[in-house]
Design a protein around this ligand. Sequence first.
Ligand code: NAD
Length: 476
Amino acid sequence: MHANYIAGHWVEGDGITRNINPSDTADVVGIYTQATLSQVDDAIAAAEAAAPAWGSTTALQRADMLDAIGTELIARKDELGRLLAREEGKTLAEATGEAWRAGTIFRFFAAEAVRLRGDRLPQLRPGVDVDITREPVGVVGLITPWNFPLAIPAWKIAPALAFGNTVVLKPADLVPGCAWALADIISRSGVPPGVFNLTMGRGAVVGQAILDDPRVAAISFTGSAATGKRIAEAAMRRLAKVQMEMGGKNPLVILDDADIERAVDCAVQGSFFSTGQRCTASSRLIVQRGIHDRFVAAMKARMASLRTDNALLPGTDIGPVVDARQLQQNEDYLRIGRDEGATLVQGGERLRRDTDGFYFSPALLTDCDNSMRVCREEIFGPVAAVIPVDSYEEALAVANDTEYGLSAGICTGSLKHATHFKRHAQVGLVTVNCPTAGADHHAAFGGRKGSSYGSREQGTYAAEFYTTVKTAYTAP
Ligand code: NAD
């Protein structure tokens, strides 16, 4: 039994989560406890009690601890990558890369702790100094999704601790293994009891209790748009600081002048890698008519060469879908798409492999129109819809015609169109001749419209959320 980590102790809760390997449902990755409401209360009380002393540590002390966490993550990336691939189903290469990335994020924020800046402004009143400093927010509640079980907790925990906050983490109940492993590393890093707490369990119970507690000053949430709306309402009710990263319906525009090989690379990588289960996945391929047929033919050939299999096998390109519910959702959307007039030209089938798992071949729909549900709703699986357009102007209009605004890409040889697209795509992340998915940890991450709310995550921009600004007037 893997326990919760509360006030520096490992404590068993009430109820269990069986963590099942989606590549092999006979393989139980581990049994994880679920926190009771009184344990969530204990975790928040511990975080509140630890906040003043933690906020008063020097930046260098915090940096050393974060560096130790990052160093252990990187040293154990192969083992942690294997755990991640087993519980979430992304391939071993993707999962090992995510473990390395989580370590790199901790190391980056170790340095950011030391680099945090204030400001000194000119005097406007004679003899009155004006200083601006950044202080910790206090107790932060972190609620994370299942698709990046190490990287997303890392990119929330690391800046929270770096800037002197204390943490209560509620990971997704589908994938508690990586969060538990991270808590284990943090517990041995020198971070004092109460500064970091892990409470596993269901969102509606454990997550909601964190959300509703007035001692939690800030909530950082990543997950679906539907849950995000509930998070926002609860946070607003008690005026808690809130940051939310939610879904996407990300467009990749392919113009007639694109390098077709590169466009196919971008589309296959962006739409299907990590089994398409990325908020930044390219789920709408908006293709100009002059290149359309060649692009679709090249996509079909490339997709047919991809091996969908057990995430732990070396030759696997695409791992399984995360669970039976998501597999059913993928199939439902293919049916919805066909009912609306789309054509399934490749994949979209349940596959049998040596082990029982949720295997589904990447699917390409053509003859799509942006009003179809498959072009408007987040599917969150390896399903891409091709939308033909006549011109760059139409492509841009279609790309922006969505309630989401996370990521958008364009494949083109035209500097004019690339520059215009970077300026006019209504998103937080824009890519040119690169996949829409895949972000660097030192750059701001987040979106617009229905995809995001609040300040950006990652890079130096993370300080906006994890600190609060104080202006001091001093007449010495
Ligand atoms: P989800 O919304 O179902 O769950 C996210 C988290 O919220 C989980 O930990 C869940 O237990 C918790 N939760 C659920 N109900 C809650 C409640 N009432 N109160 C508090 N917490 C609650 O999302 P998911 O299925 O785990 O993740 C997939 C979604 O995440 C997709 O929509 C994807 O686009 C999105 N996502 C977004 C980003 C981004 O940065 N924009 C990154 C990764 C995933």
